[in-house]
Ligand binder design. Structure first.
Ligand SMILES: CC(C)(COP(=O)(O)OP(=O)(O)OC[C@H]1O[C@@H](n2cnc3c(N)ncnc32)[C@H](O)[C@@H]1OP(=O)(O)O)[C@@H](O)C(=O)NCCC(=O)NCCS
Length: 191
């Protein structure tokens, strides 16, 4: 079941969009991280156990717009349930680094690929980015599928790139060029 901008889903009419983070998303961010400890890493290891801490994280890391990084809340029926980050924006080479996560409650319906595709189109249009890059641990097949569906072919494996605790992980990198064919997935609109 794929999510596009608007569709009639099993649970009724569903609207998914990308928009900038706001302080009002603090409760949703805190709840998402509380429900999945893996998201602590995705949010930079920050302590987000209170709404105040989540609001501070949004103000410092998610809400600021550029010039080197941007973040979009993935909003499903009015609630922020994920993030797409555009980081390491490099105007010399017209490159950027993409990242994404979803709250556990929002997974399993293709939302991340639609969100990544929407943010990728925005980066090409609004920032003039030519090459968008991302990487996932090789033991994260869902992220690999998200990247591929959003139009990012795999390019290779970087050995032991990431260290989580005592363990190191190989990372597969993917990239999308502005001239690549459009992916089949419909990107979420940016509001
Ligand atoms: C990665 C993540 C964003 C994917 O969320 P999602 O959009 O709900 O993804 P889905 O559940 O729709 O799965 C995407 C695809 O992966 C497949 N998939 C999911 N789990 C899988 C598994 N364990 N093995 C193989 N394939 C799997 C799905 O079948 C789906 O395939 P399809 O595109 O062919 O239909 C989400 O799991 C997440 O936020 N994880 C934690 C943070 C994270 O890992 N971020 C990425 C860091 S690189």
């Amino acid at each position: 079941m794929g999510v596009t901008a608007d569709r009639a889903g099993a649970a009724g009419f569903v609207t998914a969009v990308l928009r900038p983070w706001t302080p009002a998303d603090a409760g949703a961010l805190r709840a998402a991280v509380a429900a999945d400890p893996d998201l602590v890493r995705q949010t930079g290891g920050a302590e987000l156990s209170t709404d105040a801490a989540a609001a501070e994280h949004i103000a410092r890391h998610l809400a600021p717009r550029g010039p080197r990084s941007y973040a979009f809340a993935v909003v499903l029926d009015g609630r922020a349930v994920g993030n797409v980050g555009i980081g390491a924006v490099d105007d010399v080479h017209a490159t950027a680094w993409m990242s994404y996560w979803l709250a556990a409650e929002a997974r399993g319906r293709g939302l991340a690929a639609a969100a990544l595709a929407g943010a990728s189109g925005w980066a090409v249009r609004e920032l003039g980015t030519f090459r968008l890059e991302l990487g996932h641990r090789v033991n994260n097949p869902a992220s690999c599928r998200v990247a591929t569906r959003a139009g990012y072919p795999a390019e290779g494996v970087e050995r032991a790139k990431l260290r989580y605790g005592d363990e190191r992980f190989d990372v597969e990198t993917h990239a999308r060029l502005a001239t690549d064919p459009a992916p089949a997935v419909v990107g979420l609109p940016v509001r």
